[in-house]
Design a protein around this ligand. Sequence first.
Ligand code: SF4
Length: 291
Amino acid sequence: MYKEIDLPISIKLDAKSYSKVIRVDKLTNIVSFKSMIDKSLRFYNRNTEVLYFYLKDFSLLKTMNNLRYKDLNIIFDINIKNIKLLKEYKDILKNFNLTAVLDSGVKPHEIVGVVKFLSFLGVKSVITFDLFKNIDEKEMKHIMNEVVLNPDFVKDVEPFFSFVTYIYEKKTKREIKDTLWDAFKEKPEKFFYVTSDGYVTLSKRWDKRSKYFYNLQEPKEKRHSSEFYKELDSYEQNLFFKNLECAMCESFEFCGAYLKFENGSYDCTPFQTMLKNIEENFDIFKVSKAA
Ligand code: SF4
């Protein structure tokens, strides 16, 4: 089955601030599959900053390659089956812009090995918050030394590349472009995750928790009345009344209180230590740029 996901209607088509996701679940009919991809590429490229194809079944990459679709943005989940396929399809990976999502199915101690493997294959990684929050201090140090302070790898791994970008912007007194909400691809009104049943939420994390904004079949007027929408809105409105720690935090400009949204008692120390470490070691990146 091929499933096309429509953009939520509340989003302005000329805004540079959203992603469009085409989700491909199963392939049963090559002709309709091909015609839908052609139609999507023709129509949406005009209006959309970035068009992504989310492959639930990564083996479809081979079909896309055989159909001569090149340079498409492909997202897929990292699991044992997909890692095996990556090794098998090594020769065709360069024909696509690939991003692998590392969720809680990956163990924190596996992150370094997996992102290095992906980076060698030219595949970018995005670590979800559900995985990030389980990284303990020892593992955080390992990731810090092997990935975050390694210019060869960090450019391919989010949210860590955003950490480095933030420190650069801070040091050069530039405007902070993206916050942690962007880095984890959960900024409201910018990122959308749409289930194959048409439920719209922020990301896979909230789908797992059954928290949705609306269903694409629902009337427009219901679109901002969900509990989840209100929760996000009131978190932002009441942040400084309810959460003094964030109000006083020197990382607030970048974090935007993201880390404590779901759990007010989340311990941000490892994140803050990581930012300090990047700042103290920032010359590593300058040397690599000059080289
Ligand atoms: S790092 Fe922690 S305390 Fe600081 S703004 Fe983020 S969530 Fe709040």
